[in-house]
Design a protein around this ligand. Structure first.
Ligand SMILES: Cc1cc2nc3c(=O)[nH]c(=O)nc-3n(C[C@H](O)[C@H](O)[C@H](O)COP(=O)(O)OP(=O)(O)OC[C@H]3O[C@@H](n4cnc5c(N)ncnc54)[C@H](O)[C@@H]3O)c2cc1C
Length: 533
């Protein structure tokens, strides 16, 4: 059996960072286990997200349990499965969240997680190429982040329209204030996706003290009493074990981290016993506190020609887009998933925005192998509350590590989430009908002019919405009875075991979750190294 100082399970947004920082000291022998392959050709090109969303090689392709809020639909839960994890298949938008998100975590008792505490890690991780204020932005980190300019006529018109309904242009929503409309900052540079595989692992592949094993499914962590001693994993059907002299860090993401704890006998006693899993440590919060953004995509027909990819990327237009990407890195192939986004307040008097709107310059349909461009010209605008209060759960349904856990979101169970979802759609309507867009001859397709009351709007939401793929919270950080890890990300009651990924977030950050997951990886590594010193 091989012995390492540290074993990191999962090479995603957070895990790749942890492995990089721990192995920077040549005295630390580190094993990084990743269930998926090393790479995929579509993971380099930004538009590859549309190809990987349905790809079984690079994506776990989970689905959620049908529920009333989805009108009985089993909505998709894509998760990256390769080096870089979900940062290798995601929509590339770079959003930190608000200072208040982290201050809230701190106020919940998590010492060291206020915005002042985490800002140095957000700065350390990035090389921001978009100008802005050095008080907030980093220039020398591994992750390249860019900020496109609103030079295309559609984005420029959306920003003007937002201004007409009181939403100001804020070029750096990751700076002093999040509020306003802006072009999406992106983990795209030199025409390519900047995943954590690309930025944190590629440059250090030759470190002799870092051993990366791909296609390695970790089945359980090994325990000696209440101490974690290593992991059991399978590669190509062969089961192996590795020993951790110091610590195991689980970074398998919000679905698989709680799954791995439960498979290891750490979780709700009754549930595990019922599945024949030997209970090693009772911890009732494992798999609970699941939160995600339930995000309806409103659809708009555009009468004027030439503004959306439905007009400019079909047939010969697609060849033009390929050439444009080859020469400038721009256009459909080089785009971030929602190039324009707005952070807005649902009502006056709020301290900070609570709603997110994101515009995609096309209409798409479900094709057999993923999204395809619709024949109609138009655009999509998703609109949703940023800090939902509805909570669901994720639990194993079998002791078989190859079986997907049951994912229950329980969306809209909090009345405030329903109210804010309807409000977000009304704000999207106000932007889309502002005078600055009149020349586009905009017509609402969905939810449609007939959806007037909140009930009618929410009826459509239940039939049509999907998530924006931001599950968090299932190994919550905290000190209450339902917390799974403490503020140093150590699993309560177990020595030598931490969780470091999106699952530790006690609440959902205000926006997309890649940037905060990478920050969590940075901070986790810092704490592991300091605790070992
Ligand atoms: C389709 C999609 C679009 C998204 N768009 C955006 C966006 O535009 N902007 C944004 O900020 N966020 C976006 N997100 C969300 C963001 O990417 C995630 O929140 C973030 O990557 C989560 O990081 P993580 O480290 O928690 O998990 P992940 O990055 O998912 O990493 C977990 C890793 O662990 C591996 N793993 C799991 N189980 C095991 C096991 N048993 N053994 C070994 N390895 C295992 C997985 O294969 C994976 O590589 C998107 C996500 C998806 C899926």
């Amino acid at each position: 059996m091989q012995t390492y100082d540290y074993i990191v399970v999962g090479a995603g947004s957070a895990g790749a960072v942890v492995a990089n920082r721990l192995s920077a000291d040549p005295r630390n022998k580190v094993l990084l286990l990743e269930a998926g392959p090393a790479s995929h050709p579509w993971a380099r090109i930004p538009i590859g997200f549309a190809k990987l969303i349905n790809n079984p090689t690079a994506n776990w392709l989970y689905t959620a349990q049908p529920e009333a809020s989805t009108n009985g639909r089993a909505i998709p839960v894509p998760r990256g499965k390769m080096l870089g994890g979900s940062s290798s298949i995601n929509g590339l938008a770079f959003v930190r969240g608000q200072a208040q998100d982290f201050d809230t975590w701190s106020q919940m008792g998590n010492q060291g997680w206020s915005y002042d505490d985490v800002l140095p890690f957000f700065k350390r991780m990035e090389s921001y190429e978009g100008g802005g204020d050095d008080t907030f932005r980093g220039r020398e980190g591994p992750l390249r982040v860019t900020n496109p300019q609103p030079t295309d006529p559609l984005s420029a018109a959306l920003i003007r329209a937002a201004a007409q309904v009181g939403i100001r242009h804020n070029p750096d929503y990751n700076g002093a204030s999040q509020e306003g409309i802006a072009m999406s900052q992106a983990t795209i540079a030199s025409r390519q996706r900047m995943s954590t595989a690309r930025c944190y692992l590629d440059p250090i592949r030759k470190r002799p003290n870092l051993h990366i094993v791909t296609n390695a499914l970790t089945q359980a962590v090994k325990l000696d009493g209440k101490r974690c001693t290593g992991v059991r994993y399978s590669v190509g059907g062969t089961v192996q074990e590795a020993r951790a002299g110091r610590e195991v860090v689980i970074s398998a993401g919000s679905i698989n981290s709680p799954q791995l704890l439960e498979l290891s006998g750490i979780g709700q006693s009754d549930r595990l016993q019922g599945l024949g899993i030997n209970v090693r440590h009772a911890l009732p919060g494992v798999g609970e506190n699941l939160r995600d953004h339930y995000a309806p995509r409103t659809r708009w027909h555009i009468g004027a020609k030439g503004y959306t990819y439905n007009d400019t990327a079909r047939g010969l237009g697609l060849v033009g887009q390929a050439l444009r990407y080859a020469f400038s890195g721009k256009g459909l192939l080089g785009m971030v998933a929602a190039p324009v986004r707005a952070f807005v307040r649902s009502r006056d008097g709020l301290e900070a925005p609570d709603l997110l709107l994101g515009w995609v310059p096309m209409l798409t349909e479900h094709g057999p192998k993923g999204p395809i461009l619709s024949r109609e010209s138009g655009l999509t605008c998703y609109a949703h509350p940023m800090r939902p209060e509805s909570k669901g759960h994720i639990h194993v349904v079998s002791s078989d590590p190859g079986r997907q856990p049951a994912i229950n979101f329980n969306f809209l169970s909090s009345p405030i989430d329903a109210e804010l979802t309807a409000r977000a759609i009304r704000i999207a309507r106000s932007v889309m009908t502002a005078p600055a867009l009149a020349h586009l001859r905009v017509k609402e397709v969905a939810p449609g002019a007939d959806a007037k009351t909140d009930d009618e709007i929410l009826d459509w939401v239940r039939r049509a919405a999907e998530t924006t793929y931001h599950p968090v919270g299932t190994c919550k950080m905290g000190s209450d009875a339902m917390a799974v890890v403490d503020a140093r990300l150590r699993v309560h009651g177990i020595e030598g075991l931490r969780v470091a990924d999106a699952s530790i977030m006690p609440t959902l950050t205000s926006g997309n979750t890649n940037a905060p997951s990478i920050m969590i990886g940075e901070k986790a590594a810092d704490m592991v190294l300091k605790d070992a010193a």
